[in-house]
Design a protein around this ligand. Structure first.
Ligand code: FRU
Length: 474
């Protein structure tokens, strides 16, 4: 446990964040030998230190977490500039027991010199470490280097996602994100018979240009349908789409089509995971109950709004784990995993035409059977409005928004809302998770006011327990 004392204003009570420093993407998500593992991009000495590696959380139940500090350091020449994002693969024996955890990540190396680091000067090494107990890691093994990638790619190749699936070329598959020499984002696939020696398979891109780099690719399978997830950089900001500086989403593949066999993705089918302000680089895994679970980074790179307005010694968090299911029209629905509701206490009815005050900025709010328009305002500072076939998340108070203004999505109507408030994080799930807004905010009050104007069958709120307080010292 980190012994540093940190400023606890706005620290999360049930969202994942390390004791100090910087967190970005979730990495290596898995359930191994019964324990949930969430690794993450981590710079423990931020804002001064420059190390970038993998931090490590574990949990027995997706709500009580322990942080184990840094798991993967940048300590070999092949990851000299950072142990970047990647995924996990769980090996099982013939009886289905977990026997080996394999973690794959990108070793980033920026060579000293006068380079643009796009076409030259950067190494992207795919590296594996393994673990039998989930905690003690083997020495690193470098699997792929720049020379192994197609020569039409730039030096931007990273973020391996691994899975097992039978095919003639091997049952191990690695999916990477890439930028080609024409500045088009691409997926990059390799096959293997053993998870160690890899052969190039394909490098699909979109039918029309769709961003210059695709980061953090993912493969999701729901009800037998496959989805390609990725985080494209460089989509132009439009009124109703792609409002964040970088965006992320998924494309459902046609029925019967495997990601392994795709050579063009139809970018017109791209659906954004989350409408912002703070969501990027999500990853998924399948747990022992068969649920597909997603966690995202609650931030976006290179934005002009603040995520640590007062220099707190820590910054950023992950979303709560979200269970994914497929709606009949192929849309992926996202809902907080059921375990999140075990943190609820002190439930109460909300005044649907007035203000209810809750004692903390830790709340789970649930509205169902909504008819007509909806307006929900937190602390008179952040409002969620559903009207005229659209939903808007809007800051009314500049200090609380720290540079955030408005995000919007076309919606049809609104029937239900689940809203998670956790100190400086808010996640709003509309219509059973068809649309989600995730944002940071920096409230100034001690208590939380929820002001509602809507017609609904039920409006309830609970105070959420603080289960992350043990990850730092006051
Ligand atoms: C996405 C990303 C990844 C990279 C990591 C480095 O936020 O840029 O592509 O591996 O962050 O921290």
């Amino acid at each position: 446990m980190n012994e540093k004392s940190v400023d606890t204003r706005w620290r999360m009570a049930y969202h994942l964040m390390p004791p100090t420093g910087w967190l970005n993407d979730p990495n290596g998500l898995c359930q191994y030998k019964g324990t949930y593992h969430v690794f993450h991009q981590y710079s423990p000495e931020w804002p001064t230190g420059r190390e970038r590696g993998w931090g490590h959380f574990t949990s027995p139940d997706l709500v009580h977490w322990e942080h184990h500090g840094m798991a993967i350091h940048q300590d070999i020449p092949e990851d000299a500039s950072g142990a970047y994002s990647g995924g996990a693969l769980v090996e099982r024996d013939a009886e289905g027991h977990d026997v080996l955890l394999r973690l794959y990540y990108t070793g980033n190396v920026k060579e000293p010199g006068d380079y643009d680091y796009i076409h030259a000067g950067r190494q992207a090494n795919e590296i594996e470490v393994t673990s039998e107990d989930g905690y003690t890691l083997s020495p690193k093994r470098v699997l792929l280097r720049n020379a192994d990638y197609p020569d039409f790619l730039s030096c931007h190749v990273r973020d391996p996602k691994l899975w097992r699936e039978d095919s003639a070329e091997g049952s191990y598959h690695m999916l990477l994100g890439a930028r080609d020499l024409d500045d088009h984002g691409r997926l990059l696939l390799f096959d293997s018979h053993d998870g160690e020696s890899w052969t190039y398979r394909s490098c699909p891109t979109s039918m029309e240009p769709f961003g210059y780099m695709w980061e953090c690719p993912d493969r999701v399978v729901l009800d037998g349908r496959e989805y390609a997830g990725f985080s494209p950089q460089g989509l132009p900001d439009e009124e109703w789409r792609w409002q964040n500086e970088s965006n992320c989403g998924y494309i459902e593949l046609p029925e019967g089509v495997r990601l392994l066999d795709v050579d063009r993705l139809d970018q017109r089918d791209f659906v954004e995971w989350d409408r912002g302000f703070d969501f990027y680089a999500p990853q998924t895994f399948v747990d022992e109950t068969g649920r597909t679970i997603l966690l995202g980074w609650m931030a976006v790179p290179d934005v002009d709004y603040e995520s640590a307005p007062e220099g707190l010694g820590w910054i950023h968090c992950l979303t709560v784990p979200r269970e994914l299911t497929r709606a009949r029209d192929g849309r992926i629905l996202q809902r907080p995993v059921a375990e999140v509701a075990s943190l609820r206490e002190d439930g109460r009815e909300l005044d649907a035409r007035g203000t209810t005050t809750l004692p903390h900025h830790r709340a789970d709010v649930e509205l169902s059977g909504i008819t007509g328009d909806l307006r929900l305002t937190l602390d008179d500072a952040l409002e969620l409005v559903c009207e005229d076939g659209a939903a808007y998340l809007r800051f009314l108070d500049e200090a609380v928004g720290a540079g955030r203004t408005e995000r919007r999505v076309r919606l049809g109507g609104v029937a239900s809302l689940r809203l998670l408030v956790d100190e400086s994080a808010v996640e709003a799930y509309l219509n059973g998770g068809r649309e989600v807004f995730s944002t940071r905010w920096f409230p100034r009050r001690d208590d939380l006011t929820v002001t509602l104007a809507c017609d609904c069958a039920s409006a309830r709120a609970w105070v959420m327990r603080d289960v992350m307080g043990n990850t730092y010292t006051h």
